[in-house]
Design a protein around this ligand. Structure first.
Ligand code: NAP
Length: 335
């Protein structure tokens, strides 16, 4: 047990709720934020976590308003920021890909950059010296592909992404750069986590609606809704609980700083579907790949491994996820 308080911004999210769970398990007092801390459809699952009744306090806070983070960050030793899910549409519903550069920046990128800075600013006001920020591997695609990705060579170029109208992807590298600049200026140790697809048991039923989980529920029900044919490409994956452990390990390792891949590995979709086929009805499977699979993304995981978290491999993660879904954990999700 520790007296330390950690703040999790985005406690009701897929990533944030798992950080809350791990932090409680490790004995921390946790200040969790969400936009409406009176929303019982979410809070009841968080307050049911082991240790929550004694050590979890939930706060309403919105990244648009830095002051709303004052209360949750008071006396906190660290802040975990996991409250910027990708923005795919402008406020009027226009898809990001159809926006011109000015609107793309103002309506897709700026809210994320400014929201992150608002939280860091509040952290700085309260003397918080450690921050762990959730980004994504969408910030790891340089204009010239690299053979083996490291956290240093796999850096997206926001200008290049914006030229291609990939504003949603550019959000992340712009956020990371702004956060790194702010933290360096104010002496905050910043670690940035880079996950892709995360599966595994989730804490609240709302998380089953996200792409990563919804596709598997459909497949367990015998429906093939995601890929008509196995794509030639690949997907990077990890177990959500392992990702949460990486966040905590980065905070607890005094020397950790900078970017970390938060994926176990990248596999071809063909290999992923071969594994999934062991657990779902045949009717759920896409048509076989026409041709050869492409080489999956290759990573150098030295930095990730330096955090000392033992991560589950892809077959284990898929098996655990699908077996857990078969237990119908929240009732009526698996028919
Ligand atoms: N899910 C994935 O497969 C995946 C893959 C790669 C990277 N990531 C990254 O992981 C991070 C977290 O994603 P997630 O999947 O955990 O998202 P999520 O499940 O949608 O959760 C988002 C969290 O942020 C809160 N939030 C939303 N808007 C907010 C605002 N304006 N101010 C304050 N809090 C706000 C939400 O709370 P309320 O809605 O309750 O207010 C919720 O707690 C993101 O940066 C995302 O890009 C996710």
């Amino acid at each position: 047990m520790t007296d330390k308080i950690v703040c999790v911004a985005g406690a009701s999210g897929l990533v944030g709720s798992n950080i809350v769970k791990q932090a409680l398990q490790k004995g921390y007092r946790v200040h969790g934020t969400m936009r409406d801390a009176n929303d019982e459809s979410k809070t009841k699952y968080l307050m049911a976590l082991p240790g929550a009744a004694e050590r979890l306090t939930l706060f309403s806070a919105n990244a648009e308003d830095s002051k709303t983070f004052d209360a949750p960050l008071e006396n906190a030793d660290a802040v975990f920021i996991a409250c910027f899910p990708p923005i795919y549409k402008a406020k009027d519903g226009t898809p990001a890909k159809e926006l011109d550069r000015e609107r793309g920046y103002d309506e897709i990128i700026r809210p994320v950059r400014d929201g992150c800075l608002n939280i860091l600013d509040a952290a700085n006001r309260h003397g918080v010296k450690s921050a762990v920020l959730c980004s994504s591997t969408s910030s790891t695609n340089p204009p010239q592909p690299v053979e083996i990705k490291t956290e240093q060579n796999a850096v997206s170029d926001a200008e290049h992404q914006m030229d291609q109208k990939k504003y949603t992807a550019a959000e992340k590298i712009v956020m990371e750069d702004a956060a790194a600049y702010f933290c360096q200026k104010h002496g905050i140790r910043l670690c940035v986590m880079l996950p892709t697809m995360m599966t595994g048991p989730v804490i609240m039923p709302q998380h089953l609606e996200g792409d990563s989980h919804a596709r598997f529920i459909e497949m367990l029900n015998g429906n093939n809704t995601h890929h008509e044919r196995v794509p030639a490409g690949s997907m990077s994956m990890s177990h959500i609980e392992d990702v949460a452990q990486l966040f905590i390990a980065a905070y607890e390792s005094d020397n950790a700083q900078g970017r970390y891949f938060a994926v176990y590995d990248s596999w071809s979709w063909q290999a992923i579907y071969e594994e999934v086929a062991k657990h779902v009805p045949e009717s759920a499977l896409p048509q076989p790949l026409d041709g050869q699979p492409e080489q999956p993304t290759r990573f150098d995981f030295s930095r990730r491994n330096s955090l000392g978290v033992s991560m589950r491999d892809i077959p284990t993660t898929l098996e655990e996820t699908l077996n857990w879904m078969k237990t119908d954990p929240f009732n009526a999700v698996y028919q």
